[in-house]
Design a protein around this ligand. Sequence first.
Ligand code: EAX
Length: 326
Amino acid sequence: STVIALAGAIALATGIAGAGASAQAQTSIVVGHTLSPDSHYAIGAEAFIAKLGELSDGSFTGNQAPAGQLGGERDMIEGLQIGSLDVVITSTGPLGNFVPEVYALDLPFLFRDYDHARTVLDGEIGKELLEKINGNQLVGLAWSENGFRHVTNSQRPVRTPADLDGLKLRTMENRVHMEAFSKMGAAPTPMAFPELFTALQQGVVDGQENPVTVITASKFWEVQDHVSLTGHVYSPAVILAAPSLMDGLTEEQRGWFYEAAAASAAATRAEVNRLEEAGVALLRENGMEVITDVDKAPFAKLAEPAYSVYTDRHGPDLVTRIQAVK
Ligand code: EAX
């Protein structure tokens, strides 16, 4: 009929007019994280947004929502599941509550060094765990990085497990970490990251544990005098997206998101490297007493029962496989 023919002609005309790049629809993506706008996560968020913009010829734009503006990491993961958030950079801290297999990555004294951790995450095991994440109303885009965690506190230098005795220590909302710290003698207090600075300032907790990256980005030296380089656990980060967002994309667009996440992880790891070099001097410059000569063996021995939080449910295979990676 005439009406249909007319509609067709209009569509054709619009299509031709729309062929210019500037006429493309724009989609704006928000990347949430808990850390400050100059942190290693912020650098990763900027890299993500820049790469996505470049690959999509500007059809995707983005902004970051830093500093827990969208909530703590557990809240943000829930936001992705219900589709109220787009993309989140988070530690694996609270992720085990949603994807229990991921607890394997948060076991104390498991990874020998950065090379070991990155090789595992970039290899077969990392891929398998991203797939487990994908089975839980989340999309795992790429492994990024937080860093090896160290204990800080306001009370005393920590050199041995005895120095942790009774220390009220904020941990992430992670059962493996809580079990490890209670076995090492501290009194673990799980808390979302956005509440932490105030809790330290008001003495609700005596200490906390985080990588140099986070201690620096959060200026914890304003509220903590002592840091011990316990390196008790490697803390991965992961770049997650909402399934509702990813499902609405074309295959090509989904590819851009994965590439943007890879660029983000690379930028974040480079910043972790930089701060691992500059870290100790930076902490000292800002007035912290840094204990560098920590004997890790007695901490590791006490923390070992925490492995059962993972192995009781899933067996020891994955742990053994991770340890075997060279
Ligand atoms: O992911 O909660 C924490 O201590 C994390 O290390 C922090 O939110 C960065």
